[in-house]
Design a protein around this ligand. Structure first.
Ligand SMILES: Nc1nc2c(ncn2[C@@H]2O[C@H](COP(=O)(O)OP(=O)(O)OP(=O)(O)O)[C@@H](O)[C@H]2O)c(=O)[nH]1
Ligand SMILES: [Mg+2]
Length: 198
């Protein structure tokens, strides 16, 4: 059975890792193997439950995820997904060699995924100057299965940002990994996209 690959990408601190774990929870998967790949040739395999994964993999610090973290989800006997959490992308060439390697892995993974899950932070788009990273990721939607998610809609400062994102990207799922709002719709859309693509 070939597992579907879902790449979760976007700028740093938008909630990519939180979304991966929230999706796992909404898919009923509470324990999974994670492969950490920093692009150095050695991969690290871990088995986490959701609480441990959240403690180890989510942080308020920017660029916390370095490289690709792949969550192997066994959703049922016949359905397996690889949720690939990635390094936040920046417009500039980053000064950190580790982050440049992580971003290169992320960009390479764009070619190889069955669906691109593009995460944007509704809290940060209150001013309507769109980032090239988000424009470039959104443009990939014309050539591959693509879903855009506006995260952090629980935040009091998110409504203007959500409107700005919706003006720029045709179809966006508003969601919050904190409250779970929008995650059921996201799960359904992902299932539909992957079915169309099989
Ligand atoms: N208010 C709010 N905060 C959130 C939400 N999702 C994530 N966060 C917070 O945003 C911060 C970054 O979350 P991560 O999931 O680590 O974000 P990321 O995109 O993986 O970040 P990097 O790996 O550092 O690029 C953490 O403090 C989270 O608790 C949300 O829906 N609402
Ligand atoms: Mg992360």
């Amino acid at each position: 059975m070939v597992a579907k690959k879902i790449l979760i990408a976007g700028k740093t601190n938008v909630g990519k890792s939180s979304l991966a774990l929230t999706l796992a929870r909404f898919l009923g998967v509470y324990k999974f193997h994670v492969c950490l790949d920093r692009g150095t040739g050695e991969k690290q395999w871990l088995k986490y439950d959701l609480a441990m994964a959240k403690r180890k993999l989510v942080s308020s610090r920017e660029y916390y995820t370095q490289g690709l973290n792949t969550y192997y989800l066994e959703i049922s006997k016949v359905t397996r997904w690889q949720l690939i959490d990635s390094t936040g992308l920046s417009e500039d060439i980053h000064t950190s060699a580790d982050l440049r390697r992580g971003m290169a892995l992320t960009i390479a993974a764009l070619a190889d995924c069955d669906c691109l899950l593009h995460v944007l932070d509704a809290e940060k788009y209150s001013v309507n100057t769109f980032s090239a990273v988000d424009d470039n990721l959104a443009a990939m939607g014309s050539s591959k299965p693509y879903i855009a998610v506006a995260n952090k809609i629980d935040s009091v400062d998110s409504s203007a940002g959500l409107k700005n994102i919706q003006r720029r990207i045709e179809r966006v799922i508003p969601c919050s990994t904190l409250t779970g709002e929008g995650i059921v719709s996201l799960r359904q859309l992902l299932l539909d996209k992957l079915k169309q693509n099989s």
